[in-house]
Write a new protein. Structure first.
Length: 286
């Protein structure tokens, strides 16, 4: 009981500290503050320091282990990206190494943009690549932390977007699966292949509300499990009734969830080296 009371007090102190922090994080580079160790839940599946909360809910679907990862932040600057090397390089490394280097509270794999040479890519407000790819759906994160999915994004689409919003991040994997609350209908054969009808490991990035996000991650054949098709993942997301935007990220052995520096999913299996992560950082100063 004393241990729990002390833990509750430490979390309360962190919450009060976060409430007093009004400054946004600097837009570039690694996040300045490390995760608050006392904010990690005892089961290792949650985190709450008052400025960012994470709740990881494991489950099973289609005989496959899945994870719903719920995230809520206080300021758009807490939603960030990091790359393994210089943004235009082909350097790759493990997601958990990038997460620790970036002071990430929560990190997941990105779109592996360095694994192909097309699409519109921004990282932390800086353009990395501008090679329109009409068979790839774009995902843009704006200055408010809102997700925008642009099917077959081209130069004119980007220009129109920039007339109203700042581009903080832009991804080029896809496809877009739920757009403005509605399931996206398209001919998957006309899209750059993501193994749409194949059961595999998956990572899907969703927004459920202002500064509220959800990741759906699944295991798959690499972990001796069936895995899920993309439509099966969309069925699960639609059943929640809260998803406004949903975008497919790189999957397979790239799929990785890291909380406070520790890998959560498929711990006994290796993940491949990747080029980038999406992560969330704290506002709480040590």
């Amino acid at each position: 009981m004393k241990k729990r009371a002390m833990r509750a007090l430490m979390i309360l102190m962190a919450v009060l500290t976060a409430a007093a922090a009004a400054e946004s994080l600097p837009p570039e580079g690694p996040a300045p503050y490390p995760p608050v160790s006392s904010a990690v839940s005892e089961d290792g599946l949650g985190y709450d320091d008052g400025s960012v909360s994470v709740r990881i809910v494991p489950g099973t679907a289609m005989d496959t282990k899945i994870y719903y990862v719920y995230v809520k932040i206080s300021d758009p600057s807490q939603l960030r990206t990091a790359t393994a090397g210089a943004p235009r390089s082909l350097v790759q490394t493990k997601a958990d190494a990038m997460a620790r280097r970036s002071n990430a509270v929560l990190a997941v794999n990105g779109d592996f943009y360095c694994g192909h040479n097309s699409g519109i890519v921004y990282r932390q407000g800086q353009m990395v690549r501008n090679v329109p790819a009409y068979t790839r759906d774009g995902l843009i994160i704006d200055e408010n932390g809102d997700l925008h999915i642009l099917p077959g994004i081209g130069a004119k689409d980007l220009e129109a977007f920039q007339s109203e919003h700042e581009v903080r991040e832009a991804f080029c994997f896809g496809p877009g699966l739920i757009i403005d609350g509605k399931r996206a209908e398209f001919d998957y054969k006309a899209k750059t292949s993501c193994g749409y009808p194949t059961r595999a490991q998956r990572m899907i990035f969703c927004q459920t509300g202002p500064l509220e996000y959800l990741f759906l991650a699944t295991e798959g054949p690499e972990q001796d499990q069936p895995g899920l098709t993309v439509p099966e993942c969309v069925d699960l997301l639609e059943a929640l009734g809260t998803v406004r935007q949903a975008y497919n990220l790189d999957g397979g052995n790239s799929t990785c969830i890291v909380l406070a520096g520790e890998k959560v999913n498929a711990r006994e299996f290796k993940t491949r080296d990747i080029g980038d992560i999406i992560y969330f950082a704290t506002l709480v100063k040590p």
